[in-house]
Unconditional design. Structure first.
Length: 553
């Protein structure tokens, strides 16, 4: 079963299905059902339009649309035509256009598909930022999505091999120095099979997703896996969920969905916004798995969510923690039908090489971490010390992975690829954790990123943006994040260099907050002036030392 070598084989096989498919949820038009047979035909039609515009097999295509239906047609058109879909989050703001520009240069002039409205805004952005010399070349390689209409014509299919590049991914924060994550056909197919096996997905399941389709979870776990398993899927646009979170469980009830997903912030948003009047009559007894991944998992939020929906027959074994990263997709899965596991450990014993110490939940030094399950059958996990030596169970260390689902490296970036892997071929995840009974628990991140609403943002990218603020000097800003124990989310802290104490910090704070809100839609918790930044001998800023100096625990 599921013996496909490529995504091409998968969608071709599913093209005969007329009774299973995708329900695209809309707040104004009603839900639209597209069978997998129609998905194949529409994708083949889009491929014809792409080839008519000059695209040929092997070319990279940056897909820019927030319309889920059009996105999947474009994605599968690429798969059918031997094109490489490039996954970048879509929005019409300056930061997205910077990312597109940098990725476009790195990929050696790929094609871009976006709406006419986006094209106009991108041209304005390029000209405003002194990039006029590149405008004509970029526009020449940009295709208007407005021209993609229904057609009976089908493009010329191009079947790849198992070692062909299937997709190229870029982390949500990689704007200044983008790294293209190369995922081959075989990497994805073994991961999909592992997901189906570990989640015990069967023909009676229905998958429900509201996460963006440019994210691994939304695209691979909930879209492509549904197609491989031959089951129905429901796709709710992310902005619609954010406006009306009740719709998530309303659709779970309506379609009797059995598998769904949310990162930690989604549960918080749902809990804070749910209106009980809309929940009347819900029956969630069929919802056997709700995956929880994409950002740090809070056991308190898990329990609050499960308790809130207990009266609607949601089983307390439905919470299903998972772990993965862009370079591997899914790494670990929980066990279906089993209540999730949380470990209460002493916060004073979490350094690399430290043996964890279990403590009672009410201990003043207690920190609780949620177990994220067993490694998939296609992937191995080990915990290592600073020198790469494997540590025993119950000891905190660097998490490394190895397996058929792991990327071969970064596109045209030998140095970054070399740093990604240790000498023995294991991938350095950049995360810290420990193993207990063969199961993984994440304790933190070794790399400098902040996760907000399920998206990763690199500190240095935020700093680069803030250097544009009037009054902030180049190299005069440091970004940090700290866990908010009350709201169970990460607060972003900004340190501004004020050597002489002459800055109008209130004015700077307002400008900084407005800048990040406008560029990324993120909230800055605090802006703190400092007279100097502590640095290492090589000149690198010591972020941990900085935050400790100002007692932001």
């Amino acid at each position: 079963m599921y013996q496909y070598e490529t995504l091409f084989d998968l969608i071709k096989d599913r093209s005969v299905s007329t009774d299973k498919g995708i329900y695209f949820v809309s707040d104004c038009r009603g839900d639209k059902f597209v069978s997998y047979n129609s998905l194949f035909k529409n994708a083949a039609g889009y491929l014809y339009l792409m080839q008519s515009a000059g695209l040929t097999a092997g070319q990279e295509v940056i897909i820019q649309t927030e319309d889920n239906e059009k996105f999947v047609y474009l994605f599968w058109a690429c798969i059918l035509g031997g094109l490489v879909p490039v996954l970048l989050s879509a929005s019409a703001n300056d930061e997205t256009f910077w990312k597109i520009f940098n990725v476009w240069k790195m990929l050696d002039k790929p094609s871009i598909i976006m709406s006419e409205k986006y094209i106009v805004r991108m041209k304005t952005f390029l000209e405003k930022n002194g990039l006029s010399i590149d405008v004509s070349e970029i526009v020449k390689n940009t295709i208007s999505l407005d021209n993609f209409n229904d057609t009976l014509q089908e493009g010329i299919l191009h079947k790849p091999n198992r070692d062909s590049v299937a997709v190229m991914k870029f982390s949500s924060g990689s704007t200044g120095d983008p790294k293209g994550i190369v995922m081959k056909q075989h990497n994805l197919l073994v991961n999909l099979k592992g997901i189906i096996h570990c989640a015990e997905i069967n023909k009676n399941d229905t998958m429900l997703n509201w996460m963006t389709l440019t994210h691994d979870i939304g695209l691979l776990i909930f879209h492509v896996t549904s197609i491989m398993a031959g089951i129905n899927q429901i796709q709710i646009p992310t902005p619609l969920f954010l406006r009306s979170p009740d719709l998530w469980m309303e659709k779970a009830h309506q379609y009797k969905a059995t598998i769904s997903v949310s990162p930690n912030f989604g549960y918080i948003h749902f809990i804070g916004q749910i209106q009980q009047k809309f929940a009347k009559g819900w029956d969630l007894s069929h919802l056997r798995i709700i995956m929880n991944g994409g950002e740090p998992i809070s056991d308190d939020i898990c329990d609050k969510f499960l308790n809130m929906l207990k009266e609607y027959n949601l089983n307390n074994t439905s919470m299903f923690p998972i772990y993965g990263l862009s370079e591997t997709s899914v790494v670990t899965f929980s066990t279906p039908g089993k209540k999730y596991v949380a470990h209460n450990v002493d916060r004073r014993h979490l350094a690399v090489g430290s043996k964890i110490v279990f403590v009672p939940k009410d201990d003043s030094n207690c920190l609780t971490f949620v177990d994220v399950g067993y490694p998939l059958e296609c992937c191995m996990v080990k915990i290592c010390d600073e020198d790469g030596a494997t540590l025993e169970e119950g000891v905190v260390g660097h998490i490394k992975v190895c397996g058929e689902n792991v990327t071969t490296g970064y596109y045209k970036n030998t140095n970054a690829t070399k740093q990604l892997f240790s000498e023995d071929g294991w991938l350095n995840t950049g995360d810290l954790g420990f193993m207990v009974n063969g199961r993984l628990t994440i304790t933190g991140r070794a790399k400098d990123i902040v996760i907000v609403n399920g998206q990763n943002y690199y500190y240095h990218d935020l700093e680069r943006i803030l250097e544009k603020v009037e009054g902030v000097e180049t190299g005069g800003v440091v970004v940090f994040s700290t866990q908010n124990p009350v709201l169970h989310k990460e607060d972003i802290i900004v340190y501004i260099l004020d050597k002489d104490g002459k800055l109008d910090i209130n004015l700077i704070e307002n400008k900084v907050k407005r800048c990040i809100m406008k560029e990324l839609g993120l909230e800055i918790k605090r802006v703190i002036p400092v007279s100097m930044f502590p640095r290492t001998g090589s000149g690198k800023i010591k972020r941990n030392a900085l935050i400790l100096q100002h007692k932001l625990h």
